[in-house]
Ligand binder design. Structure first.
Ligand SMILES: O=C(O)C(=O)C[C@]1(C(=O)O)C=C[C@@H](O)C=C1
Length: 264
């Protein structure tokens, strides 16, 4: 039940129960990374290009770390996997490992919502979970490197969670191709959005994430080390950012679903 989703097995990868189990697992990852990030102040400087001087680069410190991380991880095939999407596609290198054979699970598409994820992360998520620092330059406890390291982990987990929407969408498409073909052909994004929405599941996701943020943020022994992350902010992040962008991924994936098929 709790194993990672098997993307080499088409029927398992498109079983909605398996996909939702994976989304639930990623809630844990996201909550723990948020707890890590919330130890440090917002440190806005690390998101500004040139804010922290980097020899030979004019990227922000976070972008620099994210880009270098993606470059490195591309060498061990991270971005060959259909559930992974780079923030810096131009940085990717040829893997040093032999390619894995993934079966065709998803329809070919170029949906990548990472620019929106990163923007909302910096502008909304960070200010909602991290305390603001009054002066964030020259302070010895600035923790720029640690903060940016947490940011990379969080952005990668958020991106993975949100782009799992492609598997959800493919699974839903296969459950009722006729309905989706009609909506897609009509270019009816709102209709597609309605068709992929399951309000009951969304409610459950929000309830569960609130409990997780409260529980994982509490020390089991020492009450004074509790409230490590603002549970309300985590719920809002899911409600206003994660679920809505997951739905954008689902809709945009489906808009490309008929290209090159018998339905086109
Ligand atoms: O589980 C689904 O059916 C999804 O489409 C995923 C998700 C989510 O992001 O959690 C998104 C839309 C649905 O309304 C419910 C949940």
């Amino acid at each position: 039940m709790d194993a990672a989703i098997d993307l080499t097995d088409r029927s398992k990868a498109l079983d909605l129960n398996n996909i939702r189990a994976q989304l639930i697992r990623l809630e844990d990852t996201i909550t723990f990374h948020l707890i890590e990030r919330a130890q440090f102040p917002a440190n806005k400087t690390i998101y500004v290009a040139g804010g922290v001087p980097i020899p030979g680069s004019n990227l922000s410190l976070m972008d620099y770390l994210l880009r270098e991380q993606e470059k490195l991880q591309s060498r061990v095939r991270r971005y060959e996997s259909p559930d992974e999407h780079p923030f810096f596609p131009d940085a990717l290198e040829t893997p040093i490992l032999e390619p894995l054979q993934y079966p065709e699970i998803l329809h070919s598409n170029d949906v990548n919502e990472n620019p929106a994820i990163k923007k909302r992360y910096i502008e909304e998520i960070i200010p909602s979970v991290c305390r603001q620092n009054r002066v964030d330059r020259g302070v010895s406890q600035e923790n720029y490197g640690s903060s940016a390291t947490c940011d990379v982990n969080l952005l990668q987990a958020l991106s993975r969670r949100i782009h799992f929407g492609k598997f959800v969408a493919e699974s839903k498409f296969q459950q009722d191709p006729e309905k989706f073909v009609r909506l897609i052909k009509a270019g009816d994004r709102m209709g597609i959005d309605e068709a992929i929405t399951n309000s009951k599941v969304e409610e459950l996701v929000l309830k569960r994430i609130e409990t997780k943020a409260q529980t994982y943020g509490s020390d089991p022994v020492l009450a004074e080390y509790s409230n490590k992350v603002d549970a309300e902010a985590v719920v809002k992040m899911y409600q206003n950012i994660i679920i809505p962008i997951t739905k954008v991924v689902e809709v945009e994936y489906l808009m490309q679903r008929l290209i090159g098929t018998q339905w086109q």
